[in-house]
Write a protein that binds this ligand. Structure first.
Ligand SMILES: Nc1ncnc2c1ncn2[C@@H]1O[C@H](COP(=O)(O)OP(=O)(O)OC[C@H]2O[C@@H]([n+]3cccc(C(=O)O)c3)[C@H](O)[C@@H]2O)[C@@H](O)[C@H]1O
Ligand SMILES: Nc1ncnc2c1ncn2[C@@H]1O[C@H](COP(=O)(O)OP(=O)(O)OP(=O)(O)O)[C@@H](O)[C@H]1O
Ligand SMILES: NC(=O)CC[C@H](N)C(=O)O
Length: 552
């Protein structure tokens, strides 16, 4: 006779702080599992609170409410499969990131996370106490070890659990996206499977929280490291993992294997999902943005239209005396192709009014950056006025190259609540535009086709704040700038490393200086989608006041 055991895994999208809503999602998954004859239904790490909760997890009221919600779930799920769910646990003054087993109306077990991540976006040593490694949970089928996310990135916890009898590893995760991270996860999990010779179920969260995007992409491995199941990335999914007991131990029956898209598509999907979730979870139904006819605002409009639907995205052209006819035409064509409304608000008169208001103070002084920034600030003011009046959240559009060197006006074009391209270098903005023009997916709400014209992609980038201005007047060409930025910011290389890679030292020093002196701008900037391991905000925390420079 074959012994089988079914684990339903739920790659779902919780909302931080929405304890009852998250419990409802968990209960829905449990009902689906029960209907499918599951023995156990599993949810990801910290599902009851959402992830990451940051310092809110230090509030005892929040912890107690989360635990009460888990106890209520246990009672609701008394009659049916075991429910496994992540949540906080308080032992006296010791706070844990834990994984609970609920059965027969009660909490029947709990594992506490042992390895607390404390790098990049994680501060878990600051927030939680390290748990003791413990043995597996006994079930009616296999004994199940549950290393929690970071626990499975090192051999110790899995090895200890298997030594004390675990026959299957179920790894609940809150693993946020960065480009090509799937390979990193897979390599780590294959290592655990090879070391321990048991099947492993890797279950990740879905959904976005502020800057971070949990991309799902859960998967199941058999001993030896063979992929038995693959869930989609960036989408909700519930799947049933069937385990069979063989003479060699428990094995997973081969199941569906979702296709994993290339990295441009994954980045694009991350930006769409993060903006969609940011708006949904904060309660915004509509957004607006300034559409200049340039490539940055065009891709942000496209992301927004794909995330929220074209009817919920309003574009505003705010021409000045320097705005070219080509910019007016390109912005109109982009809004039209996306199916978004385009309004026009001229800044010519407001610019004149501000000039007049300041004339008695600025008399005799040459026009300079001040006047350029006034244009950008008037656009910010006029866009924010519309945001207030119509309840639309303003999107800001600075790419990572601009954010890195401070090439944007504070309280001007930096105005806005969210920036989906904040972690996308300008050279990759172009690649993403071309990719979106050539590809369409069911999760995109805007039309297919060339939504960003070749004219927009091919024109030399310009802020159009003075006659014939080009970005390359003040910055090196973007391919050079982006390579230097990638080395200095993402790779944390030295100035000497950049020079050794072929860059001009004076140019590298100028870029290094711009990065350091614009820290104050980033501190005041809107959050945006994290796509890399070194996104501005939590991945890279630098002082604002800082006199050190690298003289290598
Ligand atoms: N450490 C610090 N802490 C706090 N405040 C600090 C500061 N350093 C300067 N400041 C203040 O910041 C202000 C200067 O910053 P800000 O007013 O932004 O002006 P600023 O950075 O001098 O100029 C804006 C730059 O962005 C470019 N731009 C503007 C608009 C659009 C685009 C585009 O293509 O996307 C590019 C523009 O061409 C120019 O190069 C000053 O008022 C100064 O007092
Ligand atoms: N004429 C304009 N009409 C509407 N919005 C504008 C206009 N000019 C600038 N903006 C807004 O300010 C942002 C910064 O624009 P700017 O043109 O100065 O530089 P950019 O970073 O090259 O952006 P883009 O590629 O969108 O032009 C734009 O993305 C847009 O949101
Ligand atoms: N929640 C966690 O423990 C996350 C850390 C983990 N190594 C990851 O990024 O996937």
């Amino acid at each position: 006779m074959t012994y089988t055991y079914r684990i339903t895994i739920a790659q779902l999208n919780p909302t931080v702080g929405d304890l009852s809503g998250n419990a409802e999602l968990a209960f829905g998954a449990w009902e689906q599992g029960k209907a499918a004859g599951a023995d156990l239904v599993a949810l990801p790490e910290m599902f009851i609170t959402g992830y990451q909760t940051q310092d809110m997890i230090r509030r005892s009221g929040f912890i107690l409410a989360a635990v009460a919600e888990i106890e209520a779930l246990a009672r609701r799920c008394a009659d049916g499969p075991t429910l496994a769910i992540g949540g906080p646990a308080l032992d006296g003054v010791r706070l844990h990131n834990s994984y609970y087993m609920l059965k027969g109306g009660a909490i029947i077990g709990r594992a506490d996370k042992h390895f607390l991540p404390n790098f990049n976006v994680f501060d878990e040593v600051r927030l939680f106490n390290r748990g003791e490694i413990q043995g597996p949970f006994a079930t009616t089928g296999p004994r199940i070890g549950t290393p929690i996310c970071e626990d499975a990135w090192y051999p110790d916890v899995a090895e200890a659990q298997v030594e004390s009898g675990a026959e299957v590893l179920l790894v609940p995760n809150g693993s946020p996206y960065f480009r090509d991270k799937f390979e990193v996860r897979l390599n780590n999990m294959v290592a655990r499977v090879v070391e321990n010779d048991v099947p492993l179920i890797y279950l990740n969260l879905l959904g976005a929280q502020d800057d971070q995007v949990f991309d799902g992409g859960s998967f199941v491995l058999n001993p030896g490291g063979q992929l038995a199941m693959q869930l989609p990335v960036f989408e909700d999914a519930i799947a049933h993992v069937d385990l069979e007991r063989t003479d060699d131990g428990w094995r997973v029956v081969d199941g569906a294997k979702a296709h994993l898209p290339e990295s441009l598509e994954q980045d694009y999907h991350a930006m769409v999902l993060s903006l969609r979730d940011y708006c949904r979870k904060t309660g915004f139904k509509k957004v607006l943005l300034g559409l200049s006819g340039g490539v940055d605002s065009a891709i942000v409009a496209t992301i927004a239209a794909d995330a929220l639907g074209p009817d919920n995205v309003r574009c505003v052209m705010l021409p000045s005396e320097y705005t070219s006819q080509a910019s007016l035409d390109d912005a109109a064509a982009c809004a039209h192709a996306l199916g978004c409304k385009l309004d026009t608000v001229s800044i010519k008169e407001p610019v004149r009014a501000v000039d007049q208001a300041l004339a008695h103070l600025f008399d005799g002084l040459d026009a300079d950056l001040t006047e350029e920034n006034i244009q950008s600030r008037l656009r910010g003011l006029l866009l924010m006025a519309q945001s207030n009046k119509f309840g639309e959240m303003l999107l800001t559009t600075g790419n990572k190259s601009e954010v890195a060197v401070g090439y944007a006006t504070i309280y001007g074009d930096m105005s806005g609540g969210y920036n989906p391209i904040k972690d996308l270098y300008k050279t990759r903005v172009f690649d993403i535009c071309r990719w979106r023009n050539a590809n369409h997916r069911p999760w995109m709400m805007a039309p297919a086709g060339e939504v960003i014209s070749v004219a927009i992609i091919d024109k030399p980038p310009s802020a159009e704040l003075r006659p014939d201005q080009k970005d390359e007047d003040s910055l090196p060409p973007y391919p050079v700038l982006d390579d230097i930025l990638f080395r200095l910011v993402d790779e944390e290389q030295s100035v000497a490393d950049c020079v050794a890679a072929g860059h001009d030292r004076a140019v590298v020093k100028k870029i290094e200086h711009l990065i350091y002196i614009s820290e104050y701008k980033r501190f005041q900037s809107a959050p945006g989608t994290r796509l890399s391991k070194r996104a501005f905000w939590l991945d890279r925390r630098y002082p604002i006041v800082n006199r050190w420079r690298d003289n290598s």
